[in-house]
Design a protein around this ligand. Structure first.
Ligand code: ADP
Length: 226
């Protein structure tokens, strides 16, 4: 698995410090980040592919520093936004997935194969030629995830990827993450999704306050709001 390192990370938007004293190394397969709204989870997630560069400290992915090598890092780390409308750029479902492969050096036939198999896997095959904007919210969320996974990045950071999904589709995503050769880092409030993840971090007021097996982290999270 890739090695994601936070070294003495502190981040402020203007005067407001939203992450502080974050030092940790992530090498496990499936990693969850949980915590209250506004605690700094999305900021932490965005740092992994260099969308946000920390005010102080460093974030490294396999020794590539996001501060200096943002473009290289982004090639290895896919990011799935909470709001799929931010990510869907092409008119139809299959075109949108194909668009993700625009920079790959795969041949035409191989691209087609990849698109077809990812559409089938995410239950979108019947919608391949449909206008993407007419999909349901949940289908759009599946499409956004499919469009990132089709590029086979080394790390997949997903910010609340199941907020719009029903129970069945959430389970499909959980199973997909379990089989993924890549490293998924998932910010979520969906505690069922992460039950059998390999590691879970609890972020509170910009700091990691619990870190370990999901069951234990979830217990601490529940206690913190009791
Ligand atoms: P979470 O994902 O846990 O809800 P965020 O990382 O999104 O937390 O936000 C942490 C804090 O930073 C919040 O108070 C939020 O309002 C603020 N914040 C997030 N993004 C920005 C931004 N681009 N500019 C200014 N403040 C921001």
């Amino acid at each position: 698995m890739p090695r994601i390192e936070f070294r003495g990370v502190r981040h402020a938007y203007g005067e407001r410090v939203v992450l502080d004293e974050v030092t940790t190394t992530l090498t496990e397969h499936r990693i969850a980040v949980v915590g209250a709204n506004g605690s700094g989870k999305s900021t932490l997630a965005r740092m992994i592919n260099g969308l946000v560069v920390p005010s102080e400290g460093h974030v490294l992915v396999d020794d590539l520093d996001t501060r200096r090598s943002g473009r290289h890092v982004r090639r290895r780390v896919g990011f799935v936004f909470t709001d799929p409308d931010r990510q869907i750029v092409m008119p139809t479902v299959s075109e949108d997935i194909e668009f993700s492969l625009r920079r790959s050096d795969l041949g035409r036939a191989e691209r087609r194969d990849r698109v077809t198999s990812v559409l089938a896997e995410f239950g979108l095959a019947d919608h391949a030629d449909h206008p993407a904007h007419l999909l349901s919210g949940g289908q759009k969320q599946l499409l956004a995830l499919a469009a990132v996974l089709v590029t086979e990045p080394d790390v997949v950071v997903a910010d609340e990827p199941t907020t719009l999904l029903d129970l069945r589709n959430s389970r499909i995503i959980a199973e997909r993450f379990a089989r993924l050769p890549q490293q998924p880092v998932v910010v979520t409030h969906d505690l069922e999704l992460i039950e059998d993840f390999d590691r879970a971090l609890l972020v509170q007021d910009g700091r990691i306050v619990a870190d370990g097996a999901p069951r234990e982290t979830i217990r601490r999270y529940r206690e913190s709001v009791a």
